[in-house]
Design a protein around this ligand. Structure first.
Ligand code: COA
Length: 260
């Protein structure tokens, strides 16, 4: 499929989606959000894709935020729609995918950019990356899940400070906060993400999707994470992957999961 603002490539069971508007620091305009939705949906439905990596093109930015030029004249109801549609189409959509999503933060991840990275299942960053939610400096607040996901990841006090000051944190601070899991050089960033992806790929994709459901349930106001864990745990016992994983262990060989 041909996209105007993103690139998508699948190799060795890893789909890499690259936001490709470097002259606008990969800012998320409406078309980019729609294309990202389609690219993630295609990857989720592609049985060849076991892990998705999301990154930005160029060396300067992962994503410098939502495209400010697009919403500057919005009314209250248009703004509500923008946030609600964006959350449904992209941010919640990514967070709830069955396929693991790793954000490789290759530069500025600001506003909607950091919210996109936080919607991924986990994050790695290059040592030059800068992260922040600067919305209050524009007279607005994060609208793509940032007020919820940032405190979940770094704790309430740090999230309050980051959001209130509109400041940026550097990669070592993000690592210290637990916002990113690992940092490395710009050159090694995708290699690191691919290395982690290749470890994930060896495991049962159906069990991983159950783990995502159970973990996410604990962060949802309407669900009980422990109940979700019980039901997903039980569900695993009905899968071919469980039969293969346990049989392979008893036969002292490496499991070859059918992914079913
Ligand atoms: N929306 C729309 N365009 C954006 C953008 C955004 N969020 N972030 C950057 N751009 C555009 C700039 O307008 C500029 O376009 P132009 O060359 O046509 O004028 C281009 O990307 C390069 O950005 P520039 O500001 O010149 O780069 P810089 O190196 O001086 O600064 C940043 C980099 C990231 C500090 C700065 O671009 C910035 O603060 N961006 C906005 C971040 C933000 O507030 N995001 C939250 C949005 S809710």
């Amino acid at each position: 499929m041909k996209f105007n603002n993103i690139l998508s490539e699948t190799l060795n069971n890893i789909t890499t989606i690259t936001i490709n508007r470097p002259t606008k620091l990969n800012a998320l305009n409406k078309e980019t959000i729609q294309e990202l939705h389609l690219a993630f949906k295609n990857a989720e439905e592609n049985s060849n894709t076991k892990v998705i990596i999301i990154t930005g093109s160029g060396e300067k930015a992962f994503v410098a935020g939502a495209d400010i030029s697009e919403f500057v004249h919005f009314s209250v109801s248009e703004a509500e729609n923008l946030a609600s549609e964006g959350q449904t189409l992209l941010f919640d959509f990514i967070a709830n995918l069955s396929t693991p999503v790793i954000a490789a933060i290759n530069g500025f991840a600001l506003g909607g950019g950091l919210e996109l990275a936080m919607a991924a299942h986990f994050r790695v960053a290059c040592d030059q990356a800068k992260m922040g939610l600067p919305e209050v400096s524009l007279g607005v607040i994060p609208g793509y899940g940032g007020t919820q996901r940032l405190p979940q990841l770094v704790g309430k006090g740090r999230a309050m400070e980051m959001i209130m000051t509109a400041g940026m944190i550097d990669a070592p601070t993000a690592l210290n906060y637990g916002l990113v899991n690992h940092i490395t050089t710009q050159e090694e960033l995708l290699l690191l993400a691919q290395k982690i992806a290749s470890k994930i790929i060896r495991n049962s994709s159906v069990a991983i999707s159950s783990a995502i459901v159970a973990i996410n349930a604990g962060y949802s106001a309407s669900q009980n994470g422990y109940d979700a864990e019980v039901s997903q745990f039980g569900k695993c016992f009905g899968t071919a992957d469980f039969r293969e994983g346990t049989t392979a262990f008893l036969e002292k060989r490496r499991a070859d999961f059918p992914g079913e």
